[in-house]
Design a protein around this ligand. Structure first.
Ligand code: GNR
Ligand code: NI
Length: 180
């Protein structure tokens, strides 16, 4: 098992529209396992392949308290959606940012499992929100796209600043060897 690196906003690769999965092989199974490990260790309740720079239609989710209800959805499609609800969302690709987004309250989803078998599931509450958030990722969309341009530009500046600070910290921590 391997923890994968997560792309961060405004990385343009997060804007890629993922292609359908067509090969249900050992590599896909390995990718799903690695995505679950990456999600659990983050920690997060969902992860789309797009976020780990794999542009295929695959997502994982687990909204349980005990991390014992993993869902793996390949080529997911929302069949029906009902109601609306507003949830405070966050995203592993937009660290430290939380804001309200309106989405459908209940959804019915058709997807394939890692072996290519088609199934349908109903979701509501946080799982419904999470699946909609992850399918957005597969379409190159981020939750911050639902916010105002002003908020988005503030978020971009905040993340840029944090990245610059991290880079500077890493530089000053590097052992300084005397020049020859
Ligand atoms: O961990 C996550 N929490 C979350 C909270 C509210 C709505 C959506 C999410 S998904 C997010 C993980 C993530 O970024 N998935 O793409
Ligand atoms: Ni996300």
């Amino acid at each position: 098992m391997t923890k994968l690196a997560i792309l961060e906003f405004p990385d343009p690769r997060l804007r890629t529209r993922a292609e359908p999965v067509t090969e249900f092989d050992a590599a896909l199974q390995q990718l799903a396992e690695n995505m679950l490990e990456t999600m659990y260790s983050a920690p997060g309740i969902g992860l789309a392949a797009t976020q780990v720079d794999v542009h295929r239609r695959l997502l994982v989710a687990d909204v349980s308290q005990d991390n014992d209800s993993p869902h793996v959805l390949v080529n997911p499609q929302i069949l029906t959606a009902e109601g609306t609800e507003v949830t405070e969302e966050g995203c592993l690709s937009v660290p430290g940012v939380f804001d309200e987004v309106e989405r459908s309250e209940r959804i019915r989803v058709r997807a394939q499992d890692v072996n290519g078998r088609t199934f349908e599931m109903d979701a509501d509450g946080l799982l419904a929100v999470c699946i909609q958030h992850e399918i957005d990722h597969l379409n190159g969309k981020l939750f911050v796209d639902y916010l105002s341009e002003l908020k988005r530009s503030k978020i971009r500046k905040k993340l840029d600043k944090e990245r610059r600070q991290r880079a500077a910290d890493a530089g000053s921590l590097r052992p300084q060897v005397p020049a020859l």
